[in-house]
Design a protein around this ligand. Structure first.
Ligand code: 5RP
Length: 214
């Protein structure tokens, strides 16, 4: 089975967690595109969704999934998203699609944050690159203080942030997350802590496997 098919398998399983009337945070990426298809196919009623990117928003609208501004919702029953790396203890790397800042705000506001991956996304230890979003103001000084960080050749985020990747040593993800969060000029980074993650579903072949945190 291809990675794309495994993403679909995981997305179909995650979509089963959404019930009529729920508030739902929608992530960004190719796995989320499968989630949107699966949600549309379920014909749920009364769900209120918030998108983390213009791409997700556009696709949701095409499929007839109602989306609202985040200003209209202050908490989610569930948020569902993809990931770039999942470690055994459920540290995640996100932001391959440059949407990690919005994705983290949505995940942090959700009672349950569910992550969908294909089988290539599990890792024994988190490694670089770690996506970061930076303030445009003082950019070269922020890059200098961060060290080992390269600008990514993509448009600014919808919130005006500059997207870059930290390519230095990772070591302990908690220590790196604290350093990145403590660096003035860093809007947000793509390390998501295990405390934020409720469940991870992985497509393995044609089977959806709910991972155990180790
Ligand atoms: C976007 C993300 C994505 O969830 C992550 O990059 C995985 O993407 P995909 O589902 O396309 O493999 O964090 O910012």
């Amino acid at each position: 089975m291809s990675a794309e098919q495994e993403k679909q398998v995981a997305a179909v399983a995650a979509a089963q967690l959404v019930e009529d009337g729920m508030t739902v945070g929608l992530g960004t990426g190719t796995t989320v595109a499968h989630l949107l298809d699966a949600l549309a196919a379920r014909g749920l009623t009364g769900i209120r969704c918030v998108s983390t990117s213009p791409a997700t928003e556009a696709r949701a609208r095409e499929l007839g999934i109602p989306t609202e501004d985040f200003g209209a919702v202050d908490a989610f029953d569930i948020a569902i998203d993809g990931a770039d790396q999942v470690a055994p203890d459920f540290w995640l790397v996100k932001g391959g699609g440059a949407a990690h800042t919005r994705e983290k705000v949505v995940a942090a506001s959700a009672e349950r944050f569910v992550v969908m991956i294909d089988s290539s996304k599990t890792v024994e230890a988190i490694t670089a690159p770690i996506p970061v979003e930076l303030l445009a103001y003082g950019l070269s000084a922020t890059l200098r203080r961060l060290g080992d960080t390269e600008l990514r050749d993509v448009p600014h985020s919808p919130d005006g942030g500059v997207i870059a990747d930290y390519r230095g040593e990772v070591g302990d993800p908690a220590a790196l997350a604290a350093r990145l969060s403590g660096t003035a000029g860093v809007v947000e980074h793509g390390l998501f802590p295990p405390a934020m993650v409720s469940a991870v579903v992985m497509g393995r072949g044609d089977e959806a496997v709910w991972l155990e945190r180790r």
